[in-house]
Design a protein. Structure first.
Length: 331
């Protein structure tokens, strides 16, 4: 068990775990069960980078749930946020394209992850917490989605922690598209930091370029909007300032967890720079083009490290520092 466990959390993440069933490379029909889920992957990424992290998650009652819990505890995540649930774990059957990109077939209608009860969520966050991050499928599926929305709205109104959002939209499992689109835009308006992929933006604003779509998100209120473009890199907007970076050139094994690692490293860099915490908009004011390049480079390097190995396997702080140093970037 990691010695990070027991430290008061600085970051709280809420969302799902999903058991990924990945091709094992030993012939057709051979699969390997690998714990994943966007929010869980991001929580693991921040924990590996040294941020004491609490994942608020409902853990399934089946054997997959036991594997999920073992993963989270072995990574040093605060166990106080893990709820023993009666329902089963969510599953995702992944197939990989020739470029390593993953496509998912989800099995999750009765999963534990979206069955939140009001008494299971914290009435207030610990005083040491500087950011609350929410992401992905748990944002959309009831009955838990309404409770998560209430939590984000409450913390945004309090103004004591930075609220960050990664919609990570999975069109197959979010229900009615117009309802989901309206929900995401409400969340964006209550977030201080938003990370979205070009695919997310295509869902939200199908008739706009990623740049124009990002400007539309920024106009809703967040102080920082970051967009990932897969192999084309990433760009960011903040108070009229913008910057972009290319994707590092690496040999891709698969893309599982790449965006989640990017998000975790983005939060890590913001925390290192003192950009997370009370009075969030003030902390995120004055970001220069150089600041944005530093943020993007830090996050893109973490994502690039992740895609060079199988499954959702984000880098440790030492691995990220080494990768940055190889590219001549100070960590």
């Amino acid at each position: 068990m990691s010695d990070r466990q027991g430290a008061s959390p600085r970051l709280v993440v809420i969302g799902e775990n999903v058991m990924d069933l990945l091709p094992a490379g030993r012939g057709p029909g051979t699969l390997k069960a690998s714990p994943g889920g966007g929010p869980a992957n991001t929580a693991v990424a921040t924990a590996r980078l040294g941020i004491p992290t609490r994942l608020l998650a409902r853990i399934g009652s089946d054997g997959f749930g036991a594997m999920i819990r073992e993963r989270l505890l072995s990574e040093g995540l605060d166990p106080a946020g893990l709820i023993d649930a009666e329902e089963p774990s969510a599953l995702a059957l992944a197939t990989l394209g020739a470029d390593g990109a993953a496509v998912y077939d989800f099995r999750m209608d009765d999963a534990a992850d979206w069955r939140w009860r009001a008494e299971e969520l914290p009435r207030e966050l610990d005083t040491e917490v500087v950011a609350l991050h929410a992401a992905s499928i748990a944002l959309f599926r009831e009955p838990g989605a309404a409770l998560i929305e209430g939590l984000l709205s409450r913390e945004h109104s309090r103004g004591r922690v930075t609220v960050s959002l990664d919609p990570n939209i999975r069109r197959e499992v979010i229900g009615d598209p117009e309802t989901a689109r309206s929900l995401v835009l409400r969340h964006v308006a209550r977030a201080h930091v938003v990370k979205a992929s070009d695919e997310d933006l295509d869902f939200l604003y199908p008739d706009r370029s990623p740049e124009k779509a990002a400007e539309a998100l920024a106009a809703l209120g967040p102080a920082l909007v970051v967009v990932t473009l897969g192999g084309k890199g990433a760009f960011a907007l903040s108070h009229g300032v913008s910057a972009s970076v290319p994707a590092p050139v690496v040999d891709v094994v698969d893309t599982v967890g790449a965006g989640d690692s990017f998000m975790g490293a983005l939060l890590h860099r913001l925390d290192l720079d003192g950009r997370l915490g009370e009075d969030p908009r003030a902390r995120l004011s004055g970001l220069t083009e150089g600041d944005l390049v530093s943020l993007l480079t830090h996050a893109a390097t973490a994502a690039a490290r992740t895609v060079t190995r199988e499954g959702a396997d984000p880098p440790t702080r030492a691995e990220l520092d080494a990768a940055l140093s190889e590219n001549g970037v100070a960590s």
